[in-house]
Design a protein. Structure first.
Length: 361
């Protein structure tokens, strides 16, 4: 979780907004539908009415091997992570020529070969990205061609599989990237993945305090929101679920008013069980401590488990938030990895145990 400095955020926003005004609005296309053809699955939510697969392999920084080796209380706690349907990330650490086989093999492992099981993936292919992208990331013609080859390969690997897919966590760095290329590339990916019959796509919309609301609407427009089901929130932050529901509903209404149709969203709840804002944390918000118990605050613990039951009483949402969730939220997903070293390294088993022991759920 690295947020750009306010001055950096403003560096190229004016130029980007002016460029964005040139893009003409198009009618929203019908998005790929993950549950299409599944008997009894609801038409109102493409992620509901089908089983969500669980990855049980050793790759992608999986907790499952640690769970298999554990016993007693440790095994029961690690099960809260290892046995839940997680959204794994894929990016430039896989070569262009590997993207197809990586997608195919990952989906086969998650689904066990059952064509009616949902797999989940977050595409983090923009490179350079995050701090390296601001303010002048390199986006040569060769870089852009490589991105498209990778996306084409990953899409080919998905094929007709049922997938919930989030495009580019931390997309808010596009507001300081100094180039339109990143958003144009994400829009390419949005169109490519949405063309698959059973892939439902959500574009990262940031978090309610980054980027600004105006930037978020513009960013989603430029990244191809017209082509997909909707957007994703809180993918790399710790904000509370209720606050993100209210912010997402506001974004959805703004997009509808701009002519993009009825957009829905998903929220990452992997690490927001004791939600806090970036500026509230007294230490380094990129490396927050784990909660000591379920009543602790300004700390990280597991949030609402992955589900399409977004307004269930057990989540203890307010009446307002539950009503908004029913209308706009497709699912809570676990796209974050608070159990990894620095959120990106190897599995930190003691940290995973502390997260599982302190979650309210």
């Amino acid at each position: 979780m690295i947020a750009p400095l306010p001055a950096v955020r403003r560096l190229c926003l004016a130029a980007l907004l002016v460029a964005g005004l040139a893009g003409a609005l198009a009618p929203p296309a019908s998005a790929g539908v993950a549950n299409a053809g599944v008997p009894g699955a609801p038409r109102s939510n493409p992620l509901a009415g089908l089983p969500w697969g669980v990855y049980t392999g050793p790759w992608y920084n999986s907790v499952y091997p640690a769970y298999e080796r554990s016993r007693g209380r440790a095994r029961r706690l690690l099960a809260k992570i290892a046995l839940r349907p997680l959204m794994y990330s894929f990016g430039a650490w896989f070569a262009d020529g590997e993207a197809r086989s990586v997608a195919r093999d990952y989906i086969a492992s998650v689904t066990g070969g059952n064509p009616d099981v949902l797999a989940q993936a977050a595409i983090f292919r923009l490179d350079p990205w995050e701090g390296q992208a601001c303010p002048h990331g390199s986006w040569s013609a060769a870089d852009q061609a490589s991105y498209r080859r990778w996306i084409d390969g990953f899409a080919a690997g998905i094929g007709s599989s049922r997938v919930a897919l989030v495009l580019q966590p931390d997309l808010a760095f596009a507001t300081c990237a100094g180039s339109r290329a990143p958003l144009e590339l994400v829009a390419y990916a949005a169109r490519r993945f949405n063309a698959l019959p059973h892939t439902t796509v959500y574009i990262d919309g940031g978090v309610r305090y980054w980027p600004s609301f105006r930037e978020a609407v513009w960013m989603l427009e430029q990244a191809g929101i017209r082509h997909v089901r909707g957007f994703a929130l809180d993918m790399s932050e710790y904000d509370a679920t209720g606050a993100e529901i209210e912010y997402g509903a506001r974004l959805a209404r703004a997009l509808a008013a701009a002519g993009y149709g009825a957009k829905h969203f998903v929220i990452n709840t992997a690490e927001n069980g004791a939600g806090f804002l970036d500026g509230q944390y007294p230490g380094d918000p990129a490396h927050p401590r784990t909660c000591r118990n379920r009543f602790d605050r300004l700390c990280v613990t597991l949030g609402i488990p992955p589900t399409t039951r977004v307004a269930a009483p057990g989540w203890r949402l307010s009446g307002l938030d539950a009503g908004l969730a029913r209308r706009y939220v497709d699912a809570y997903v676990w796209g974050g990895r608070p159990w990894l070293e620095d959120s990106t390294g190897a599995v930190d088993v003691p940290r995973a145990l502390a997260l599982a022991a302190s979650t309210p759920w």
